[in-house]
Design a protein around this ligand. Structure first.
Ligand SMILES: *[C@@H]1O[C@H](CO)[C@@H](O)[C@H](O)[C@H]1NC(C)=O
Ligand SMILES: [Mg+2]
Length: 279
């Protein structure tokens, strides 16, 4: 879209100069003509840019465009997006239901195990700890977003929570494997979720139903601090955990707000999630 705006602006400023110099009748007509053409040209060029080329003329497919959008979400270059761009809804839907999404996620949890085996000198005193986020880390919300344009529609908290209350969120298999592996190595499992207190019992039931149990601590969001950002809430929870003496060896989450901020863990691992952004 940027590519369209620049040349049109250039035409406009060119006209402005002419009009100032000499308000000729022909030039007036020319200006009117340009004004009439702008909306048409804009619409046509938008279509071109989004479907066929970048602003410097590189021919690309819509898949190139959307894959690059997704990659830059994961790189944390694109932030605070409210919805998945309309033209990428189909692509994102395909991705989060694909083998690639599973492989990407599994690679993340495999790297957690590599780190655990090579770089963690566990003390085994009951204070070695690992933090997990819940949504799209342990439990998948893809079935909910499947009915909500894979993030292409603005979040409706009421309907999302209604879905959560059904307690039918499936496990992310690779996360369950990591969870069990950590448990068997004597690492304390701490769950820190931005789900609110009123969802505690349905969430616990849902977790147990799909195979997660034996955690040491589960922290829900107090309605009293709902105005603070999720990132602040989660780093405050870590502060509390650290004060209790735990060594946080790692965090697994799908949002930067689950892993950023002080105190930081020794390592943080991020799962892919192009459907929504939580600040
Ligand atoms: C949000 O979801 C609720 C429950 O499904 C629904 O009643 C409400 O109309 C929705 N709000 C909007 C703005 O779509
Ligand atoms: Mg999450």
């Amino acid at each position: 879209m940027i590519g369209v705006v620049v040349p049109l602006n250039a035409i406009f400023s060119l006209h402005a100069v002419f009009v100032k110099k000499k308000m000729g009748k022909a030039l007036w007509w020319c200006l009117v003509f340009t004004c009439l053409l702008v909306p048409l040209a804009g619409a046509a060029a938008d279509w071109n840019i989004l479907k066929l080329q970048t602003h410097d003329g590189l021919k690309i497919s819509l898949k190139n465009y959307c894959e690059s959008w997704r990659m830059n979400v994961e790189l944390h270059n694109i932030r605070e997006f409210q919805v998945v761009p309309e033209e990428c809804i189909e692509y994102i839907g395909k991705y989060v239901t694909s083998t690639q999404y599973k492989v990407d996620s599994q690679r993340a949890t495999d790297e957690c195990l590599v780190y655990l085996s090579t770089s963690c000198n566990l003390k085994k005193d009951g204070l070695d700890a690992w933090i997990f986020d819940i949504d799209d880390t342990l439990l998948s919300t893809v079935p909910y977003y499947k009915n909500n344009q894979y993030g292409g529609r603005k979040l409706n908290v009421t309907s999302l929570e209604e879905w959560m209350k059904k307690g039918n969120a499936p496990a992310l298999d690779h996360s369950l494997k990591l969870y069990n592996e950590l448990k068997s190595r004597g690492v304390q499992i701490l769950l820190v979720t931005s789900r609110k207190e009123h969802l505690r019992s349905v969430t616990v039931d849902n977790l147990v139903k799909v195979g997660y149990y034996g955690w040491t601590k589960i922290v829900f969001r107090d309605p009293a601090n709902e105005l603070a950002s999720v990132q602040k809430y989660k780093s405050d929870a870590r502060k509390q955990i650290t004060n209790e003496g735990y060594r946080i060896w790692g965090i697994l989450g799908d949002q930067y707000s689950s892993i950023e901020g002080i105190p930081s863990p020794k390592r943080a691992f991020k799962l892919p999630n192009p459907m929504y952004y939580v600040a």
